[in-house]
Design a protein around this ligand. Sequence first.
Ligand code: HEC
Ligand code: HEC
Ligand code: HEC
Ligand code: HEC
Length: 240
Amino acid sequence: MGILTTNFTVFLNRIKDANRRKKTMKIRKSIHKDYLKNVSKFVGVVLVVLSIFSCKHHEEEYHKVTDKIKELSKDYHGTSITSNKFLEEMNLMEISEGGHTFLIPERKSQIKSYACTECHTDDLNKIKGKDAKKGHWNITLKHANEETMNCLTCHNGDAMDDLKSLTGKKIDFNNSYNLCSQCHTKQFEDWKGGAHGKKIASWAPPRASMTCVNCHNPHSPSFESRWPAKYNTQKIQERK
Ligand code: HEC
Ligand code: HEC
Ligand code: HEC
Ligand code: HEC
């Protein structure tokens, strides 16, 4: 009998133990769940903070690309090398246009029939009145159309040695870019900034740039586009 009761109490105790273990396992599991929750919350917060900080650096600190360039070039105080060696022999002149100061080639000495008044002693309008012969046979105007443009749109009938603006103001032949800029504002803006046209010599200062008439003939300014500048499917077929 004694042995039976002790066996029974051992059995009961085992059951109790098992229950206790189950409970602790449950508690452990719930602790583990809470832990996971907290970890993911923490990671979330860290990510948000990181993204805020990195945003601030890339997007908010600089409102414009130009701001970023300014900021990053704060410690740049120019270079010690110059282009002077390459520019020495050239006949350049300095201009200041809309906050940009740079050199361009002088023009008047390059124009064959300058000064115009060597021949044109009379007002051009008077010449026109007579049964005028055609001078400058080598010049044909291929710029806009006849309704828009004739010789006197740009040349000054009664002061031949200068160009003239659309409102009749004098423009020096050396500053003929001011003539073009009246109608080609976009290219002029680009040119001032250095995005249209070409630099002379190297990248190192001083900046020297070609002027409009170095590349464009004012009387026939457009360039013919050449194959394969435009993809010519006709030619491709012919070749097959
Ligand atoms: C070597 C002499 C000479 C020079 C220099 C000269 N011209 Fe002329 N030009 C003429 C002659 C000749 C005519 C024809 C009209 C005439 O009978 O006088 C003419 C006519 C013109 C006409 C009238 C349009 C035409 O072709 O019928 C324009 C515009 C003109 N010249 C602009 C100029 C400008 C601008 C310059 C300076 C960049 C210049 N010329 C320099 C001789 C000259
Ligand atoms: C869109 C403006 C414009 C028009 C229109 C124009 N010219 Fe000119 N012309 C110029 C400019 C700018 C120059 C100076 C070019 C340079 O610097 O090489 C020039 C230069 C000249 C020269 C000197 C060329 C040389 O190399 O000796 C003559 C001559 C001349 N023009 C005559 C004429 C005649 C004639 C007409 C009409 C048929 C005419 N131009 C129409 C802008 C114009
Ligand atoms: C009075 C206005 C006026 C002036 C001044 C003028 N242009 Fe033009 N230009 C025009 C017009 C209009 C056209 C024709 C545009 C078109 O066909 O889309 C044109 C066409 C051109 C083209 C060809 C564009 C193309 O798409 O093929 C060039 C390059 C050009 N001009 C350069 C010049 C230069 C360089 C000067 C100064 C010497 C000048 N222009 C002065 C009005 C002007
Ligand atoms: C270094 C040479 C160079 C100089 C300097 C230059 N251009 Fe051009 N320009 C070009 C070339 C090349 C093209 C492209 C032609 C093409 O695509 O067919 C062009 C195109 C143009 C066109 C036609 C529209 C376009 O964008 O295709 C205009 C208008 C023009 N230039 C005006 C000007 C004016 C105004 C100036 C002076 C403020 C100037 N250019 C200075 C070389 C030059």
